[in-house]
Write a protein that binds this ligand. Structure first.
Ligand SMILES: *Cc1c(COP(=O)(O)O)cnc(C)c1O
Length: 433
């Protein structure tokens, strides 16, 4: 039964979407974003977990820097509306709020994988037997490559020193108990644990506080990759005692392709100037920086880890976006996110109901999820189904061999978007079953 037939379920879902949109306190934020178009109409966009949409004001923020560059040239470091010399500082407090961190624990710099390397220089110190790194599997390949290469850099062997806690299940879910017991078992030889706070593939959210505490009990360091967590789920990195974290800003943080990444280093390390780092001039005491002394004066903030001067154009995009987050606030976003995801689940279940088949199996755990549902498609040609969605102006994300990831993002997705997605899916589905 498709929309033209107006089944009772559909009338109910349409009505529900309208009501939820009408009572949504964040509904106007959608107008602050640019949606991709197909045949002059907005695409239904559900891939904000991969590349967040462009805030309309981003252009203005970048133009400001282009204009200041044209007007002041090198003097822009000090005379620009937002002086480049200290540009990263405009981002710190806003970013810290999104993460539940103290501003001095946060630095926006480089990109995710580079930050991971820089922080492993400080936090991975294999000594004697205590040299192993534990990760989840599936983990994002870039993180695995980074960890393998760090192990080799320290003279170790990934086959021996890398522990992967693997999901043995069809749905890629990793039981948290398995992670906790593996950590406990390896108390004698574990140096570092690095896990994605939200698994990129399954959308599973891990209990950062609980895992971090277990890692500390095992006498190891706990780092988190927050690529899919920052700007998505509620975080309290400081209170959870996380040692370090890294993230990118182009997914939920809407700062544009390849934009500046971030790093968190817990306050308790900031006065420890003996911690090894790979240093650069942007990490030395600001007041001394331009005296060009040959001696590095470590800053007592996360800024110590900065090596280079800031990439202003991508930081301008990041600032434009963080201003939107500051207005919306994370608690409000998380509240709406839960409602959106629950509604998406309802629509997917109703499609299964219409066809009286479990065509779509949601693998993301109900109790631990953010703004993403990963769905296994039980179809003979799932990839062509995915491509047909795109031809019908629905953008979702595809992972081999049969997983579709859908991210309803509270800043710019509406309940009606989800309802409309359901209609398109029901219309094209009969060709595939
Ligand atoms: C997106 C993502 C990355 C990407 O790394 P870059 O260095 O930004 O290219 C790395 N790790 C995870 C878990 C990701 O989701």
């Amino acid at each position: 039964m498709n929309m033209n037939g107006k089944s009772a379920t559909y009338i109910h879902l349409q009505e529900k979407a309208r009501q939820l949109d009408a009572s949504d306190a964040l509904s106007q934020f959608r107008d602050l974003f640019l949606f991709p178009q197909q045949n002059g109409k907005n695409i239904l966009y559900f891939t904000g977990n991969s590349l967040g949409l462009q805030p309309k004001q981003t252009r203005e923020y970048i133009l400001q820097e282009l204009n200041d560059w044209a007007t002041y040239a090198v003097e822009g470091h000090f005379c620009a509306k937002r002086p480049w010399f200290a540009y990263h500082e405009f981002l710190t407090e806003k970013m810290a709020k999104v993460l539940g961190a103290l501003p001095k624990e946060v630095i926006m710099m480089n990109q995710l994988t580079s930050n991971l390397h820089f922080l492993m220089v400080s936090f991975y110190h294999p000594k004697g037997k205590k040299r192993k790194i534990l990760m989840e599997f599936p983990a994002f390949p870039s993180d695995i490559y980074a960890v393998q290469s760090q192990i080799k850099f320290h003279g170790g062997h990934p086959d021996e020193d890398l522990i992967m806690v693997k999901s043995e299940r069809e749905d890629y879910i990793i039981e948290e108990e398995k992670i906790l017991s593996t950590i406990e078992q390896h108390g004698n030889d574990l140096a570092l644990v690095l896990i994605g706070g939200v698994n990129y593939l399954s959308g599973q959210v891990f209990d950062l506080a609980k895992i971090t505490a277990a890692v500390h009990k095992a006498g190891a360091i706990c780092g988190w990759d927050l690529a899919h967590a920052a700007g998505n789920i509620e975080l309290h990195l400081h209170d959870w005692d996380v040692d370090f974290a890294v993230w990118c800003s182009y997914k939920y943080l809407n700062s544009g392709p390849g934009s500046v990444g971030g790093a968190f280093i817990h306050e308790r390390y900031l006065d420890n100037i003996d911690l090894p780092i790979f240093a650069g001039w942007w990490g030395t005491d600001k007041k001394e920086r331009f005296r060009m002394k040959p001696v590095f004066e470590p800053m007592r903030t996360a800024e110590r880890w900065q090596v280079s001067n800031a990439p202003i154009l991508s930081m301008a995009a990041c600032l434009a976006s963080l201003n939107v987050f500051e207005t919306a606030t994370m608690p409000a976003l998380v509240k709406k996110s839960k409602q959106l995801t629950a509604f998406l689940e309802e629509v997917i279940n109703s499609i299964n109901g219409t066809f009286q088949k479990d065509i779509f199996k949601i693998i993301t755990p109900k109790k631990s999820r953010g703004a993403q549902l990963s769905v296994i498609c039980h179809l003979s040609h799932p990839r062509i189904f995915f491509e047909t969605l795109l031809q019908n102006a629905v953008m979702v994300d595809w992972r081999e061999p049969n997983v579709i990831r859908l991210a309803p993002v509270p800043l710019y997705n509406s309940f009606e978007d989800i309802y409309k997605l359901g209609i398109v899916v029901e219309e094209i589905l009969p060709q595939f079953i």
